[in-house]
Design a protein around this ligand. Structure first.
Ligand SMILES: [Zn+2]
Length: 403
């Protein structure tokens, strides 16, 4: 039995509005078994001094792409094996900066590289974060998940498998289930980072989106939808998806409907900051620039409305579209858009766990799995403290501790 006693400075429990004071956490065989002040160290326990730091639950990023790292067009051409190797390395680096759980929302590959990464980590063969997987994008021809847009037809690569009828859609959802997917990822509007499609256009018909959600529900899978235009947001909520990714141009009607439903929104606010920076630096590819500058004001307005709403906002970055090193900057981007710091922290811990239906992580409490990070400073007072994680424990094992 492994026993670790963490003597912590301040702590954020994952659900509160503010930080709590000093606390000791006893971790036995990977689970928090006692929490209080001045706990006695059991015989043989390893005692870790974190008294100068603030501890929080491990961060959860509900929107990453481990096998579609920038530049997208290059990594798409890697073999499946190389994608898995690179993705595993990215996941391991991400764990080091505090992300103990990630949900991967799609790879462009005929194989299942992210399922392999998840299984390799779960088997104990490799250290890495918990990985929840939606293996591929389910998209119509010419939609955001039709990556063939990038390449000339005559190349004949089979990297996307578009679906264009209710029957096709059922087939692809069943394939995702058979291949070991946890979630179903679909795109009902175009995107900014893909060529040949438009975020302002809703690309599923209602009956197609409904069929996709019904097939996923029948197989016990939740649906995450990349959506953009206001009508694509409404369509997705009505069809019964569990998470709206980006919701770039959600309008007042969408906000109202989302507030009244159980849907979560993953607003990927740093992605927008990264794209604005790239635009200013002149490095945003031409095929992104036109549609992004056209919609920028609408996106920023939508983000302000989301911040002011009571919608369940979960932390998600779209890391892969920008370097994973910058993932924690999502917290500051959320605060900059008007989300208060404690809500941003909940979004990256308990709310994200709720979205992923992982009830054993996301909070610091007796009986929970010991996924714990620590950082100097007070993240409620200065949210950028989340960018300076110096201690990481996953499942009771210390994977980083800067002395
Ligand atoms: Zn994405």
């Amino acid at each position: 039995m492994s026993t670790v006693l963490l003597r912590c400075g301040k702590h954020f429990d994952g659900v509160s509005d503010s930080l709590g004071g000093a606390v000791d956490l006893l971790v036995e065989d990977g689970v928090i078994t006692a929490m209080g002040s001045d706990l006695a160290a059991p015989d043989g326990a390893e005692v870790v001094d974190l008294t100068g730091l603030t501890v929080t639950p491990g961060f959860i990023d509900t929107h990453v792409h481990l096998t579609m790292g920038s530049p997208l067009i290059t990594q798409t051409l890697f073999s499946s094996a190389r994608k898995a190797l690179t993705g595993l390395a990215l996941a391991q680096k991400y764990l080091q900066i505090g992300f103990t759980t990630v949900r991967d929302l799609g790879s462009a590959d005929p194989e299942w590289p992210v399922v392999d990464i998840r299984n390799a980590i779960n088997s104990g063969e490799f250290v890495g974060p918990r990985v929840v997987v939606a293996p591929h994008f389910i998209s119509p021809t010419g939609g955001h998940g039709d990556i063939d847009n990038f390449f000339n037809e005559r190349w004949g690569f089979k990297i996307s498998d578009p679906a264009d009828s209710v029957g096709d859609i059922r087939r692809t959802v069943r394939r995702e289930h058979r291949g070991g997917g946890d979630w179903v990822k679909t795109t009902n509007a175009g995107g900014y980072h893909s060529a040949g499609d438009d975020p302002a256009v809703c690309c599923w018909f209602d009956e197609e989106m409904d069929a996709l959600c019904a097939a996923a529900a029948q197989l016990g899978m939740d649906v995450a939808v990349h959506c953009g235009s206001a009508d694509s947001v409404l369509q997705a909520i009505r069809a019964g998806v569990r998470s709206l990714e980006h919701a770039y141009m959600i309008d007042a009607e969408g906000i109202d409907l989302a507030e009244k439903s159980d849907v979560f929104v993953v607003p990927t606010m740093y992605l927008n900051v990264a794209d604005v920076n790239a635009l200013k630096a002149g490095t945003l590819p031409a095929y992104i620039q036109g549609k992004f500058t056209r919609d920028l004001e609408k996106i920023q307005n939508a983000q302000r409305m989301l911040a002011a709403s009571s919608i369940k906002i979960a932390f998600g970055t779209d890391a892969g579209m920008f370097p994973f090193d910058d993932g924690a900057k999502e917290f500051a981007a959320m605060v900059q858009c008007g989300i208060d710091p404690a809500r941003a922290l909940r979004a990256g811990t308990s709310v994200a766990a709720d979205l992923l239906r992982l009830d054993d992580v996301g909070t610091l409490a007796v009986g929970k799995v010991a996924d714990i990070v620590a950082m100097p400073g007070d993240p409620v007072d200065d949210i950028t403290a989340t960018e300076r994680v110096c201690f990481v424990m996953k499942g009771g094992k210390v994977v980083r501790h800067d002395q």
